[in-house]
Design a protein around this ligand. Structure first.
Ligand code: ADE
Length: 227
């Protein structure tokens, strides 16, 4: 998988995408990630990427010219342009899995800022508008990091144990069962006895029941129940 991130805050992406699982995936060659500064495609001496909104109103709007120039240079034949914006479709685990399913995909992640992006960009260049949740971030670079992290860990070979992504919360539409490690007793709180039995059938049954109970408590909407 190849990912190009287009942002006016490259440092906000470089550090988090140079750590942990994403770092190892890059080192193994399972994903190529390049972070680009949109200002490199400006042509004025102030390297400006935004301008006043037509029709008036608060804030600035990102100009089309640098974005068109950057995307035209970066895109190839099978590139999909994903625009991170609070106005997009809300991201969830099935959507992440769909994006991660094509190992030779090429994505350009366009990060918005200011009040928005000139809509001609969305109409002419963007394949999907993606929101990472119903709240507004100060810019899309943070959202791009979230999307890349969620996608990369699903690429086959990235997680050491192929099963571990399958056990994640949401992988089966509900939350995960709780986890415990040593010591068996900590400040008077004990690890549930069933986990110490070595009886895998009972442990599995306990985990399924716990997963449902946690989902009912924290995310009843996932079970089709009222919030
Ligand atoms: N940019 C600002 N807020 C965002 C959000 N919730 N999702 C994606 N991009 C954003």
């Amino acid at each position: 998988m190849k990912i190009d991130i287009l942002t006016i805050f490259p440092a906000m992406c470089q550090v988090p995408l140079g750590e942990s699982i994403v770092k190892r995936a890059r080192e193994k060659g399972l994903v190529q990630i390049a972070v680009h500064d949109l200002r490199d495609w400006t042509s004025d001496k102030h390297r400006s990427v935004d301008d006043m909104p037509y029709g008036g109103g608060q804030g600035m709007v990102m100009k089309p010219e640098p974005i068109f120039a950057a995307i035209r240079e970066l895109r190839g034949e099978n590139t999909r342009v994903l625009f991170l914006t609070p106005q997009g479709h809300r991201l969830d685990q099935p959507a992440v899995a769909r994006l991660a399913a094509a190992p030779d995909a090429h994505y350009i992640l366009l990060c918005g800022h200011y009040e928005g992006v000139d809509h001609r960009v969305v109409e002419a260049l963007v394949d999907e508008e993606i929101s990472i949740g119903d709240y507004v971030l100060s810019n899309g670079a943070t959202a791009a990091v979230v999307l890349v992290d969620a996608m990369v860990r699903l690429i086959p070979g990235v997680l050491g144990d192929e099963r571990s992504a399958g056990d994640d919360s949401f992988a089966e539409g509900i939350l995960e069962a709780p986890h415990y490690t040593r010591p068996p007793e900590f400040e008077g709180m004990e690890v549930p006895e069933v986990l110490l039995t070595g009886n895998h059938a009972r442990i599995e049954e306990w985990r399924r029941a716990q997963a449902r109970a946690r989902t009912r408590q924290n995310r009843p909407d996932l079970l089709g129940e009222e919030d």
